[in-house]
Write a protein that binds this ligand. Structure first.
Ligand code: WT7
Length: 660
């Protein structure tokens, strides 16, 4: 296992080497995989068009590297250990042999249902082993998977299916999440009314609830699997053939389909998993994300399996049946490395230490954090109470677009520092730039975080719209990949991510565009216009604050009361007006849930008569953000606004004293 860095000194040398000789560096990593044909050129790139290709003309199948190559030595090693939502339901363990067989069977099922290389397949599934099996079966047959998180609405599914013209949908009858049972098939059926490209729907039976099956279109997973053989020759793919599409929000209203390709994604997720978590053969690795997000793709499925690791999949939520579930499960499964999100830590922290103390947590060796900045208090709580001050806490910074971790400590090997993602991984070349795009030299500086050289996992395109990819990531600064994050490099050269600098919010680690939420709110018949901003939230990291203009008629007729309290869950008294107000807010939240997902529901809704706009009509979000934060000490120059009075009114409506 010569790719594993074992000392700080070796990290520094490897890092230097990876910058001086990037192609040679990555060649050596890529050499350890099973190729059907070796690549003949390592890298071709430019950040203008953009166009990045790694391991050119190589032929491979990623599932042979995730599965087949481990069978001889590790066929009986657990590949996946599944923990049910229900504490009383038995764990399911799939060895590498078993996982291989199931993936082959499902590949045959896909083939029997008309899937060929290059087809797009949508996966809308519970967190059960079948989701991982489905991801891998798509990869084995050369179909492009597009996993849609099973908390998204039918409209979101339909949009994603249509954007990529998916041919098949893989789903389940329902799913369990905490004490809820959700009818997934019903949500799919609603989406399927407007997805003409879908030919077949394969339905896994999880909850055994009653659902509709459309004859000719919908087939049962279990009956298809019964007919299928456990052998399937992995389809030969080119290094740069797409592996998957994963939709993520940006600063426009429409989520974009981030495309990752075969070889680069494989090499990068393998290498980062190995080094950041310092993978050891006997590890039980648990990443608590959902496979519907990139974290799950890279560090539940591909990264661990490429290393031959044992990976845990959890169906439930951290607070069910109580806030000790994570810790109970760590003890039960003897988890050695644990990877979760700051929002989960903060919410468990708020539940009290009595949910932690019953558990030993003595199998843990490394703990990790991902998805948003981790605040100092949460960092120390996690490090002290969960890591017992002996497990390194790796704060891993990366993005859907980067495929894997770019900036992070390597557990035990490089130093950690509370709230810092610390140092770039080998092969990663971050720079901080000012607003003009000039690269800032030296340390103790702050700027926009960019990458000046490609790594194998970099985004290749946004599906069906390459220009959008260029605009979003490569147009802001010349010859640089722009992350959208602000960042500080301290005196020691350590990186600390400050947060997004664009119109993207991060709510409980979920990325949401302000425009996306505004578009949904604007669907309400009484809403004229809205503006959404993020504000600091104790548990979620950021909450959503919506400023909403309601049509005058509804106000005059008392349909919507403009003065009532606006906090979610605020008391409702008997007066008609407050009831109207509460009902209106519910309607807004329901619309957002229906159009996007419950995760996008605004926490606060304030009714306003106007929005602060520049003379050219652009909403001044900076001002709204300040008001949402409750900080109006420095609103900046408001005299250039179209209507400066509106700011005063909004401040009063927000309950902020204007005598500051
Ligand atoms: C954005 C990417 C990467 C998988 C999960 C989220 C923020 C991510 C950190 C971190 C501070 C972080 C950034 C980034 N972010 N990790 N360790 N510290 N911020 O993926 O939905 O693509 O979001 O999440 O703002 O740009 P994503």
């Amino acid at each position: 296992m010569q790719h594993k860095i074992t000392s700080f000194d070796q990290y520094q040398k490897t890092y230097q080497y990876s910058v001086n000789e990037p192609e040679q560096f990555w060649n050596e990593i890529a050499d350890s995989f099973v190729w059907k044909q070796k690549w003949n050129k390592t890298l071709e790139w430019n950040f203008k068009t953009p166009d990045v290709k790694w391991f050119l003309n190589g032929k491979l199948n990623i599932t042979e590297n995730c599965l087949d190559r481990h069978l001889e030595k590790n066929g009986n090693k657990p590949a996946i250990i599944w923990e049910s939502n229900d504490v009383n339901e038995a764990n399911r363990t799939l060895t590498y042999n078993e996982l291989h067989a199931e993936v082959c069977r499902l590949s045959n099922v896909l083939q029997n249902n008309g899937v060929v290389k290059g087809d797009r397949i949508c996966l809308y599934m519970p967190m059960i082993p079948e989701l991982a099996i489905a991801v891998l079966a798509c990869a084995r047959i050369g179909a492009i998977h597009s996993v849609v998180f099973a908390g998204f609405s039918s409209k979101s599914i339909a949009d994603r299916i249509n954007d990529a013209s998916c041919k098949l949908l893989l789903t389940a009858d329902g799913l369990y999440r905490g004490n809820k049972t959700i009818n997934l098939k019903e949500i799919c059926d609603e989406a399927l009314a407007s997805t003409p490209s879908i030919e077949k729907v394969i339905v896994y039976q999880r909850t055994h609830q009653k659902i509709d099956m459309q004859i000719g279109r919908d087939v049962w997973w279990h009956s298809e699997m019964q007919k299928a053989a456990t052998h399937f020759d992995a389809v030969e793919m080119d290094s740069e053939d797409p592996l998957f599409i994963l939709y993520t929000s940006g600063s426009t209203g429409k989520p974009k389909g981030v495309v990752h390709t075969q070889a680069g994604y494989m090499v990068y997720t393998y290498y980062t998993f190995l080094n950041v978590f310092q993978y050891e053969e006997d590890d039980i690795f648990w990443c608590t994300a959902d496979i519907g997000w990139i974290t799950g793709h890279s560090y539940i499925v591909y990264g661990p399996l490429l290393n031959g690791a044992t990976t845990v999949m959890f169906e439930g939520i951290p607070t069910y049946p109580d806030a000790g579930r994570f810790w109970a499960t760590i003890d039960k499964l003897k988890v050695t490395k644990f990877y979760t999100a700051p929002t989960a830590i903060r919410s468990l922290m708020a539940n009290g230490i009595e949910f932690v103390t019953p558990y030993k947590l003595d199998t843990l060796r490394v703990i990790g954090s991902v998805g948003e900045p981790i605040n100092e208090e949460a960092w120390h709580w996690y490090h002290h109470h969960i890591g017992k001050e002996k497990c390194p806490l790796v704060d891993t910074w990366w993005q859907t677009e980067t495929a894997g971790i770019l900036i992070s400590p390597l557990a035990f090997i490089t130093p950690t520092k509370p709230t810092y993602a610390t140092l770039p991984l080998p092969g990663v070349q971050p720079v901080l730039v000012d607003a003009q795009g000039s690269i800032l030299q030296g340390n103790d500086i702050e700027g926009f975080l960019c990458m000046q050289f490609p790594w194998p996992g970099i985004i290749r395109t946004t599906y069906g719209d390459h220009e959008r990819c260029r605009q979003a990531y490569f147009a802001s600064f010349d010859n640089l990949y722009f992350t959208g994050d602000g960042c500080r490099r301290d005196a020691d050269g350590y990186y600390r991510i400050i947060g997004r600098v664009d119109d993207v919010m991060n709510v409980s680690g979920h990325r949401l565009g302000t425009a996306e939420v505004e578009n949904a709110i604007n669907e309400h018949p009484n809403v004229i216009e809205s503006a959404v901003v993020a504000y600091p939230h104790d548990i979620k990291g950021q909450g959503i604050y919506a400023f909403v203009i309601v049509d005058k008629q509804s106000i005059d007729q008392g349909v919507v009361d403009t003065d009532a309290p606006f906090e979610e869950g605020a008391g409702i008294d008997n007066s008609l007006q407050l009831l109207n107000r509460a009902a209106f807010e519910n309607e807004i939240r329901n619309i957002v849930s229906k159009i996007i997902s419950p995760i996008a529901k605004p926490d606060k809704i304030q009714i306003v008569s106007g929005l602060p706009k520049t003379r050219s009509g652009k909403i001044m979000r900076r001002i709204l953000r300040k008001i949402a934060e409750g900080d109006i000490s420095n609103l900046g120059d408001t005299t250039t606004l179209l209507d400066p009075n509106v700011v005063e009114e909004i401040k009063q409506g927000a309950g902020i004293s204007t005598k500051n």
